[in-house]
Design a protein around this ligand. Structure first.
Ligand SMILES: Nc1ncnc2c1ncn2[C@@H]1O[C@H](COP(=O)(O)OP(=O)(O)OP(=O)(O)O)[C@@H](O)[C@H]1O
Length: 238
């Protein structure tokens, strides 16, 4: 469980959150939407314990948190396998077990034996993103924080990776807090959809959702969501 209770946080240019209350339950994929600059990444950084609120409480009851960023952020000199195993090395997991766990994940993500030894520059952008997702899940996190992980990818690749994340979450039962600008991505993936208002950000929409696979149904549901006044005004530029 992750709880934001009455969280206040500001920077020199003013408040980001005045009174943010939020609870993230285990095992659910929660999509976090909101206009650019409203505070989504800041919410993830609070959830990761990287920054602290000025007032209020961020209570992190998850045991192990992993992060996935928009860019894969891989070590350029290390193989796909060693990149995927990176978090395990930091946790002191023995080398054989690290390799076994990284290989199993990457193989499940479509890597061949030869791919495992390739360095990031030898991998396509989509494969690099897969390594970044494998690195996050390799540590067996119970919370994964994802900051627009697929925003830079083309639509086909994005869809493949969305499926990969959804399947991995379903298999492993991790909770995910997933920042996106894309309502269709939220509708496709999420068990719950949250929308933040512009700064100072508050939760203006919070509903359970069902992941949807069928493209026409995704678009219909995304349009319906966008017709909700709270969602529309939070997402549209002034
Ligand atoms: N370390 C910092 N110092 C000062 N201001 C900051 C800092 N980090 C973020 N901000 C400001 O806080 C606000 C929220 O930033 P944040 O990155 O959380 O927004 P976001 O919703 O993730 O935006 P985007 O969708 O564009 O990535 C922005 O106005 C940003 O300029």
């Amino acid at each position: 469980m992750l709880t934001f209770a009455d969280v206040r946080l500001g920077f020199s240019d003013g408040p980001v959150f005045n009174r943010l209350d939020l609870v993230i339950a285990p095992g659910k994929l929660v999509a976090l939407l909101g206009r650019s600059g409203c505070g989504k990444t800041t919410a993830l950084r609070l959830a990761a314990g990287l920054i602290r609120p000025d007032a209020g409480r961020v209570d992190i009851r998850f045991r192990r948190t992993a992060m996935v960023f928009q860019e894969p952020r891989l070590l350029p000199w290390a193989s796909a396998r060693d990149n995927a195993a990176f978090g395990l090395a930091a946790r002191g997991v023995p080398r054989r077990e690290r390799r076994a766990r990284a290989d199993a994940l990457l193989t499940a993500f479509g890597f061949t034996a030869a791919d495992l030894d390739k360095r990031p520059a030898q991998l396509s952008g989509g494969m690099q993103s897969r390594v970044a997702i494998a690195r996050a899940f390799a540590i067996e996190p119970d919370l994964v924080l994802m900051d627009e992980p697929f925003a830079a990818l083309d639509i086909g690749l994005r869809r493949d990776l969305q499926d990969l994340v959804r399947e991995t979450v379903d298999r492993r039962g991790s909770a995910v807090l997933f920042v996106t600008h894309d309502i269709t991505e939220a509708v496709r993936l999420a068990d719950r959809i949250l929308v933040l208002s512009p700064r100072p950000a508050q939760v203006v929409f919070d509903r359970p959702s069902q992941p949807i696979a069928e493209p026409a149904a995704i678009h219909a549901q995304a349009s319906a969501l966008f017709e909700q006044p709270a969602v529309r005004s939070a997402m549209l530029a002034r």
